[in-house]
Design a protein around this ligand. Structure first.
Ligand code: ZN
Length: 337
């Protein structure tokens, strides 16, 4: 059993309370390897932002869960070193899309400070039952582990999470769900989607340059949820914006991303006004890294040292996360709130 406070991590309770008050969102950034983790932490320290490091089941399979856990521990010391004055920005280690009690428990026992139980694929009652079980276990730890649950289904594919169609969250269910489960935050479905192809072309319109313009998020649903759960932390998954400059770098250097489309940043800024206090961004990081790696390998065919392409990819990633913290989430400057 590992206590996350011994690793220098924090849970998300305080982060969310401050974010709701300050009308900004905490970034939920996924990592699978060292370069992604370095970029996330460098950007967070530079922008003085709290951050939630997310580990998915796919990441656990890819990188080994024990290694990921020690990487997260190492990153606290790395953040302290970058900070220079001995302080550490608030860092939470969070399980993304835990699909059963067992995986949530195993992460809590390993020192995660926050877990998501995703029972959105279950009927309402079953979702409540398992969510409650996870919450009871998490909250009974020596140090409170926070729990995110999900109501409503997101469309799209990302790692092991996939659904054909989205089912929007039903606002009439949220009070009962929160009260019965005791969860600390709720991921909802209002039109965001996992992956880099968030919408089919027929769901979108096209602008003058022929680029797809996605349908707007369902702010009417979000507003109703906020009325029913005033001040309660709401989470948006699948909130990459799929920057078209990355898509075009990828496609002009041998890639084949067709009709990739994301959530416009203006929509995310608007959502933050309705108690959305955590926004998950994963695909944009994948696109940034792939764009730079493809470009360098194409332009400098004699390079074969991975540092020569992963290093610049990491720099780009860092720049992108800093931009998100400053211009989209508004979390920059809030590490010491
Ligand atoms: Zn998700």
């Amino acid at each position: 059993m590992v206590d996350y406070t011994d690793l220098g991590l924090v849970n998300t309770k305080d982060m969310f309370a401050k974010a709701i008050k300050g009308k900004y969102a905490i970034p939920g950034y996924n990592f699978n390897n060292m370069e992604q983790l370095q970029a996330i932490i460098r950007a967070s320290v530079e922008t003085e932002s709290p951050v939630i490091l997310q580990v998915s089941k796919g990441a656990r399979n890819y990188a080994n869960q024990t290694l990921l856990r020690y990487m997260a521990q190492g990153v606290v010391e790395y953040a302290r070193e970058l900070q220079k004055d001995g302080k550490v920005i608030p860092i939470a280690l969070h399980l993304d899309h835990g699909m059963d009690f067992k995986i949530c428990k195993s992460c809590i026992d390993m020192g995660f400070s926050s877990v998501m139980y995703d029972g959105s694929h279950h009927p309402f009652e079953k979702n409540i039952e398992i969510s409650k079980q996870v919450v009871e276990y998490a909250h009974s730890q020596p140090h409170y582990v926070s729990v995110e649950c999900e109501l409503g289904v997101l469309a799209g594919v990302e790692d092991d999470v996939s659904a054909e169609k989205s089912h929007y969250t039903k606002p009439e269910e949220v009070i009962e769900f929160r009260n019965q489960t005791g969860c600390d935050s709720l991921a909802i479905s209002i039109g965001t989607s996992h992956g880099a192809n968030k919408f089919k072309p027929e769901q979108c319109t096209r602008n003058e340059e022929g680029i797809l313009v996605p349908p707007p998020l369902r702010f009417d649903i979000l507003e109703e949820i906020e009325k029913k759960l005033p001040g309660f932390p709401i989470v948006l998954h699948g909130s990459s914006s799929v920057p078209q400059e990355y898509v075009s770098i990828i496609n002009s250097h041998g890639g084949a991303l067709k009709d990739a489309v994301g959530i416009p940043e203006s929509q995310l800024r608007k959502a933050i006004q309705y108690n959305v206090c955590k926004i998950n961004i994963d695909s944009d990081g994948r696109l940034a890294m792939t764009a730079i790696v493809r470009k360098i390998l194409a332009e400098k065919p004699s390079k074969f040292d991975p540092r020569k392409y992963l290093g610049p990819a990491r720099d780009e990633l860092c720049k992108m996360y800093a931009q998100k913290n400053h211009q989209v989430l508004g979390s920059a400057g809030h590490a010491w709130d």
